[in-house]
Design a protein around this ligand. Structure first.
Ligand code: FAD
Length: 396
């Protein structure tokens, strides 16, 4: 087989890129090691950021220009007005709330945020607040930022390109190189072994990128991991999407879903999940309970179960380990290593990579038949649907 590019890693970045390249006339296949989106995308909170959170936590930066456009771009794709066609992606919420604690520091943070961005941020009159925020002492704002369901998003793209997807673990992949960062072909080893010669190799494998780079003779040190310890709640809970802002930090980001047994689930991130990295699950759950009592006064948490999970954000290395300014595509020879930095930033990342690839070469889509006997990867399982320990807290 001969292709323009082989993509390794079928999370949000790899699948968005695959769609972009196929529409651009490129002959491409995607190799997934595990399940699609395993790693970050399936555990994401799914908020299509428009830059507000960045403005609060990191000031204006290079990402601000691109990220401002993302809520509209994604909305257009989800509603079928723009490519990639993401019709079928479930939208968990059309907007997010942003509320603040009462301190002066917090007020300044909000003012800074409003000055930094031009996107639509509506102050919500007290009477129009959702019940869950009714007793919050500070102002409440409404952001036009959707929260999407990662599982349906991954399904829409993977079903469209099923013929181009291959499930192959690291043992079943061999890179044929002619020097560091120069991959001539990729061998998929198995009963139906196939050698694919390729113009480019693209690594969109999230935290797997470092090891893949090493396999093609490149250094893995270009990648950093920023760990999170996320909290899950399930039970009798209201719907909630939004950020509680305290000074220059996002104290808690809460998003909701409904699990396969009809229970409401809350996923908690933000500073809470950063602080939780050095805590045991039990300590973090107790801390999260206290935080929710403080930032959502009056919300009844007596009938919920708690759990937590750890996950690393994988990004290009930065000085001091800070969040990178935007999406990154790094080229070494014919190898491109890419991280979107945010789910929301997959579209500009795909464009960056497409530009690096240049023009499509010759390619014969009919030779996809060579891959027919390979197993196809399935979509990863949402974190609250996997086996994990849930505990209750005695609120007395
Ligand atoms: C808890 C959490 C919450 C987040 N919330 C948000 C949010 O609300 N909004 C937002 O914009 N961003 C958010 N992000 C960031 C966002 O989720 C990530 O930037 C994005 O999902 C990264 O996508 P990816 O495709 O690069 O990586 P991943 O989703 O990690 O996908 C990598 C894929 O590569 C595969 N893989 C790994 N190694 C190999 C290999 N050797 N060969 C083949 N395949 C391989 C993996 O199995 C996986 O399928 C969040 C991140 C986390 C962790």
């Amino acid at each position: 087989m001969k292709v323009d590019a082989i993509i390794f890693g079928g999370g949000a970045a790899g699948l968005w890129l695959l769609d972009e390249l196929v529409r651009g006339g490129f002959h491409v296949v995607l190799v997934e090691r595990d399940a699609l989106g395993a790693g970050q995308t399936i555990t994401t909170q799914g908020i299509v950021h428009g830059g507000m959170k960045y403005a609060i936590t990191g000031g204006q930066d290079a990402a601000a220009g691109a990220i401002r456009e993302m809520p509209k771009l994604w909305r257009d794709c989800i509603e079928g007005r723009r490519r990639p066609d993401l019709v079928g992606t479930r939208v968990r919420s059309d907007y997010c709330w942003m509320w603040r604690t009462r301190s002066l520091k917090s007020t300044l943070g909000m003012v800074g945020a409003r000055a930094g961005l031009h996107s639509s941020v509506l102050k919500v009159p007290k009477a129009d607040r959702p019940d869950v925020l009714a007793q919050c002492p500070g102002d409440v704002f409404r952001l036009d930022e959707q929260a999407i369901d990662a599982e349906s998003f991954l399904s829409v793209l993977s079903e469209r390109h099923a013929k181009r997807l291959v499930l192959a673990g690291d043992d079943a992949v061999e890179f044929v190189t002619s020097g560091p960062g120069n991959v001539d072909s990729v061998r998929l080893i198995g009963a139906e072994g196939v050698e694919i010669s390729t113009g480019h190799v693209v690594f969109t494998a999230g935290a797997g990128n470092a090891a893949l780079r090493e396999r093609v003779g490149l250094g893995g040190e270009v990648m950093q991991r920023r760990p999170l310890h996320m909290v899950l709640l399930r039970g009798v809970l209201p719907k909630l999407f939004g950020h509680c802002i305290d000074g220059a930090r996002t104290r808690v980001t809460a998003t909701s879903a409904v699990d396969s047994r009809g229970r409401r689930v809350w996923q908690l991130g933000g500073q809470l999940a950063e602080d939780g990295v050095h805590m045991s699950a039990d300590d973090l759950i107790r801390h999260a309970h206290g935080e929710l009592k403080a930032v959502l006064p009056g919300v009844d948490l007596s009938a919920v179960e708690w759990s937590s999970y750890r996950v690393d954000r994988a990004e290009v290395t930065t000085q001091g380990g800070a969040r990178p300014a935007g999406p990154v595509a790094k080229q070494d020879g014919n190898v491109i290593t890419a991280w979107p930095t945010k789910l929301a930033l997959c579209p500009p990342l795909a464009m960056l990579i497409k530009d690096l690839l240049g023009q499509p070469m010759s390619g014969d889509a009919s030779d996809l038949r060579e891959l027919e006997r390979w197993r196809r990867p399935t979509v990863a399982t949402l974190p609250w649907e996997t086996e994990r320990q849930w505990v209750t807290l005695d609120e007395r």
